[in-house]
Design a protein around this ligand. Structure first.
Ligand code: NDP
Ligand code: HSE
Length: 432
């Protein structure tokens, strides 16, 4: 067994800086549990930041560079941590490190959701590890759990609250009555949302995480561009209030399901029953709910982002990679996407729907609506409400029974065309 393993961190911002701190602070317990891990080098475009991270962590004799090639070409570096993000230079770094026979730990969901298959194949070819626990749900150990602890399970469904920003926004809208823009501004002020929050609020960030999770759960390669997304920008405080009245909570959910017909993965705002375990996941917390045989239902909950929680996942991966180096077992688990399954279209997906319609405030409106829906074989599950909103307008709110997305869209067109209807204000899925 080697006496120590050398690690280099490329990108010491929020996550990489946190990983450096944790590796230094917990160095003794890590050495007991695996092998002494030495941070040999850190790399960042900003050398002042790199020096500050090094000083804060009390590192001595560490190489500090702004040139990532210095790291991937250093024969003494065993493990490269890539925490710069993005799909350009990050990919070059990972490919070069793997080709130089170094194990790699990455937090990069953008890259893994797009090129995970290619990179894992390269790692297998070079008999090194490529670990990416932090790429999904930050500090929550879900990838390792699915790859190892649940390896004997047949996963039927995963539902995830995997974006902290949108969960925070929806929680604030639900609990304080804030509107979307107020809640978003709050999320930005608290540092949850980026200055440009598009990836969070439009669902792209969650889609990347769900693509990674679905690939692992169903042994089928799912890329982020295969995941239909719908953001939360159109959700307003009325939807949140009606959800409450119906006994639901609004969540931004990633849903991945596999059955004999194929695999379905999507990200969208949904109403879930208030008693569902995911309904109690609040603020910027994340949770992944897994339904599998033989385990049954299980929920993994925790911090999905932030420096130290995410560093926890990165450091766990570094320790795993270290163990594999010292035990000569690198490449123990790589890509498991051995199956080819049909990806179902969004139109095929089946849900209940919540429909909020603005109508002329007069008699017979309700009957026209129900008969329009009945034309598409859509029956109503629950309560309809009628609220007068002035100027001869009223609002009707409906929850349907289960129906395909395609049928629901057609039915919405029929409803929209009714002369009793002014507009459809919301159409939101309801999950049981
Ligand atoms: P940051 O922007 O905080 O850190 C990235 C760092 O990398 C910056 O210091 C940046 O330098 C540096 N960098 C960029 N390009 C290079 C390069 N070519 N060579 C060397 N250094 C470079 O990002 P985060 O730490 O937030 O994110 C890192 C990764 O972790 C991303 O893939 C992200 O998706 C993922 N992640 C982040 C989470 C979070 O909570 N922040 C949670 C889970 C995953 P400079 O400052 O000069 O730009
Ligand atoms: N922007 C992400 C979120 C950060 O809000 O969850 C972690 O990926």
């Amino acid at each position: 067994m080697s006496e120590k393993v050398n690690v280099a961190i490329i990108g010491v911002g929020t996550v990489g800086g946190g990983a450096c701190e944790v590796l230094c602070k917990n160095t003794d317990i890590i050495a007991i549990r695996s092998t002494k891990i030495n941070i040999k080098a850190i790399c960042d475009l900003d050398l002042v930041k790199a020096r500050a991270v090094s000083d804060k962590s009390g590192l001595k004799d560490v190489i500090i560079t702004k040139n990532w090639q210095d790291i991937v070409n250093d024969p003494e570096v065993d493990i490269v941590v890539e925490t710069i993000g993005g799909t350009g230079v990050a990919k070059e770094i990972i490919v070069s490190a793997i080709n130089n026979k170094k194990s790699v730990v990455s937090a990069n969901k953008d890259l893994m959701a797009r090129d995970g298959g290619e990179l894992l194949a390269l790692a297998a070819q070079n008999k090194v590890d490529l670990f990416f626990e932090a790429s999904v749900a930050g500090g929550i150990p879900i990838i390792q759990a699915m790859k190892e602890s649940l390896a004997g399970n047949d996963v039927k469904q995963i539902m995830g609250i995997v974006n902290g920003t949108t969960n925070y926004i929806l929680t604030k809208m639900t609990e304080t009555g804030a509107d979307f823009n107020e809640a978003l501004a709050d999320a930005q002020r608290l540092g949850y949302a980026e200055a440009d929050p598009t990836n969070d609020i439009e669902g792209y960030d969650a889609a990347r995480k769900m693509a990674i999770l679905a690939s692992i759960a169903f042994n089928v390669r799912v890329r982020n561009d295969m995941v239909p997304v719908e953001g939360i920008t159109k959700i307003d405080s009325w939807d949140i209030a009606y959800a409450k009245e119906f006994g639901y909570v609004m969540k931004m959910l990633g849903v991945a399901t596999s059955d004999s017909d194929g695999v379905e993965v999507r990200v969208n705002p949904v109403m879930i029953p208030a008693e569902h375990p995911l309904a109690s996941v609040k603020d910027s917390f994340n949770a992944v709910y897994v339904d599998s045989y033989p385990l049954g239902q299980a929920m993994f909950y925790g911090r999905g982002a932030g420096s130290l929680p995410t560093a926890s996942a990165v450091v766990g991966d570094v320790i795993n990679a270290t163990r594999n180096i010292t035990n000569n077992s690198r490449g123990r688990w790589g890509c498991t996407c051995a199956l080819t399954k049909r990806m179902k279209t969004l139109e095929e997906s089946i849900s209940k729907y919540y429909l909020r319609v603005a109508v002329h405030d007069r008699s017979g409106v309700f009957a026209s609506l129900t008969s329009a829906l009945a034309k598409h074989n859509i029956s109503l599950e629950s309560v309809m409400q009628r609220r007068s909103i002035g100027d001869g307008e009223a609002v009707i709110v409906i929850v349907t029974h289960k129906v395909s997305h395609a049928s629901m869209l057609l039915a919405a067109e029929t409803v929209r065309a009714l002369d009793t209807v002014l507009r459809i204000e919301s159409l939101i899925r309801v999950e049981d």
